[in-house]
Design a protein around this ligand. Structure first.
Ligand code: FAD
Length: 154
């Protein structure tokens, strides 16, 4: 099947946008990801799907810890930056949550420990236990058909 048609069809599925952060020997790394979901309530488990070629993957495998920040509608620039599409970035883009770097002003933060890793096709599914979370008020950044959107109202 044609890859472009597959991407276009999948693009009709509306998602939020996250940045996955890792901490490795004091080095912080961020990567934009929208393949994020909850897989279990009890225990609380989440899943991220990461390209096998992404630098973030080796860091997660090594430290077995990562954080997910759900971006607010004001954070399109951060999404572009951590997708490698822009050099612009706020100087205070990170804040610390339980001694772990997360994206400042995001709508929610999840601090996670790796539970299972599955190689599937050209991606790797990382299932992780949620250790800590927090939530702030605000509107989400939305990704639909390859573009960023804002929610008009709920
Ligand atoms: P790099 O490409 O090296 O890093 C990403 C960018 O972040 C670079 O510009 C780097 O300079 C910057 N950066 C990293 N750490 C820091 C830091 N500490 N301070 C300042 N800048 C830093 N890919 C997936 O695998 N799964 C997904 O679910 C997914 N969803 C996406 C959703 C959207 C909306 C977009 C736009 C992209 C998505 N991608 C996804 C693609 C992914 O974000 C890019 O391929 C990304 O470049 C892969 O990151 P990397 O770990 O290889 O690191």
């Amino acid at each position: 099947m044609d890859e472009r048609r597959y991407r276009e069809a999948m693009g009709t599925f509306v998602t939020g946008v996250t940045v996955v952060t890792t901490l490795n020997n004091d080095e912080v790394h961020g990567m934009t990801a929208n393949a994020f979901m909850s897989v279990s309530l009890n225990p609380q488990l989440v899943l991220i799907s990461i390209d096998r070629k992404a630098a973030a993957l080796e860091k997660i495998k090594k430290t077995r810890r990562f954080a997910v920040s759900i971006l607010a509608d004001t954070q399109e620039q951060a999404s572009r930056h951590f997708a490698g599409q822009s050099q612009e970035i706020d100087v205070d883009v990170f804040e610390w949550f339980h001694d772990f770097p997360v994206i400042h002003h995001a709508l929610a933060h999840f601090l996670c420990r790796v539970h299972d890793i599955y190689v599937v096709g050209d991606h790797v599914l990382v299932i992780a236990t949620v250790l800590h979370l927090n939530r702030k008020e605000g509107q989400p950044l939305v990704f639909y058909q390859g573009s960023y959107h804002h929610v008009a109202s709920f």
